[in-house]
Design a protein around this ligand. Sequence first.
Ligand SMILES: [Zn+2]
Ligand SMILES: [Zn+2]
Length: 315
Amino acid sequence: MSVKCSFCSNKAITKLRYAKLSLCSKHFVEYVEKRFSKIISKNKLFKNMDKVVVAVSGGKDSVTLLHLLHKVSKEFNFEIIGLTIDLGIRKYSVESVEKALKNYEMLNIKYKVIELKNKYGFSIDDIAKYRRKAGIKKPICSICGTIKRYIMNKYALEIGANAIATGHNLDDMVYYIFSSLYSGRVDNLAKISIYSPSEFKFVAKVKPLAYISEKETLLYAMLRKLPFNYNVCPYARLRTFHEYIRKTSNVLEENVPGLKITFARMFLEKINPILYSHYLSEKKFKECKICGMPTTGKICSFCKIKSAMEKVLKK
Ligand SMILES: [Zn+2]
Ligand SMILES: [Zn+2]
């Protein structure tokens, strides 16, 4: 016996236990779109903004984000510029970039592709191969994160954008909060936010999918037949702790529907603002001596990675 949609007589294709709804594909798509729009207005994510850079990797989350933002960009009155970084991760990057471009073309959105190897002389594959030799101690995913944030911010600053929107979903938020609590990184906790205001040479950052789960972004992309790279980054396999937390939080969610949303919301609305005012509002940034981008030291972490890689790759 099949379950019927809560809004019509069609067969339900998914059940959202946290919302006590069973939905057909049409009503699921509508439900996600309505929630997305509500999250934006409630958190005033695009208030007084006219130009927003959307980071599109070509995966399900960023592709869903691009389409959802495109739908609301008239209502909230901003222009979208797509940004795709070609990280140089073997076949994975080739396919990701190709999928990102397909979506820009579908929606007729202006975009920019920045090729890491071409512009800065090294790729993420080079980092994976030579980072020990170069004396870089951090794990690949964390270096890759630093690189992406740097490039996004620099580009958004150059074109005078008001914000950078990224596709971090609810499961990402739950993981960041949990892992930062677990390792006692208070500075990191202070940074986890759905909206980070612009300051010094940092462009504001928004995460409009912060309350939409990975399962929902995937289903949305599939039902709307959006082109996306369904492969996982080959280096993501190294993140076993991340995988355990993801699985465990979904087990908790099974038993307590709505737990992930409540956990993220309580943190973002009640705890983060206190941490932010204590730890970040006083932080003093300077310009990096090499590139002029913001840093708390003399040289920014991107320039440190770049110069370490240059030395190794020259040999
Ligand atoms: Zn329906
Ligand atoms: Zn620098």
